[in-house]
Design a protein around this ligand. Structure first.
Ligand code: GRF
Length: 198
């Protein structure tokens, strides 16, 4: 059985990327998937270093280097096609993808979100903002959701979700810290579910 080739898009530290790499090398994705390419939108994204340490091609495609969104998007698509990527994994990628990108990989893009979608998703709901909103509404639980990506923010169907308690005295930071390791479990499991067609 051939391995599914993953293209991982990041903007920052890349701990989810690391979880995916580890799962491909020695975890539930071993023999089933491999990271074929990592793309960051910022040259300083530490995830690029993580990829290189594992001998994985890693590049920066920076919106600033392109005259318009269309040419930027075309480059992203070209890079992923050149590496025969079969599943695009957004892992802390902070740019909204253009319709042309979604169309090029329709039904083949997934994203991790640090809350229980469909709650606390949508425009502006990223990073710390998500956890602030969860705490502000007095939720008793939050979690991690892996979902399909379509044209709208955090809108596609949920593939896998896991719950995490909100504890008294939580701050956005303590809640984020409790959720992040759960994201790291959910991501590889959800990829396995997707590539197994479950
Ligand atoms: C994660 O919390 C993810 O849910 C969110 O951005 C964060 C990325 O963290 N979309 P990392 O770069 O994978 O460490």
């Amino acid at each position: 059985m051939s391995k599914t080739r993953l293209g991982v898009l990041i903007s920052g530290g890349g701990t989810n990327l690391q979880a995916i790499i580890d799962a491909c090398e020695a975890g539930p994705l071993k023999g089933r998937a491999e990271v074929a390419l990592v793309i960051a939108n910022k040259p300083e994204a530490y995830g690029l270093e993580r990829a290189k340490k594992h001998g994985i091609p890693a590049i920066c495609v920076n919106r600033k280097d392109f005259p318009d969104a269309a040419s930027f998007t075309a480059q992203l698509v070209e890079e992923l096609h050149a590496r025969q990527v079969g599943l695009v994994c957004l892992a802390g990628y902070l740019l909204k993808l253009e319709t042309a990108f979604i169309a090029a990989f329709r039904g083949k893009i997934v994203n991790i979100h640090p809350a229980l979608l469909p709650k606390f998703g949508g425009k502006g709901m990223y990073g710390r903002h998500v956890h602030e909103a969860v705490l502000a509404t007095g939720e008793k639980e939050s979690g991690a959701s892996l979902h399909w990506v379509d044209e709208d923010f955090d809108h596609g169907a949920v593939i896998l979700q896991r719950r995490v308690p909100v504890l008294p005295g939580d701050t956005p930071d303590t809640l984020a810290k409790r959720i992040l390791p759960v994201e790291h479990q959910v991501y590889p499991e959800a990829i396995l579910k997707v590539i197994s067609g479950k």
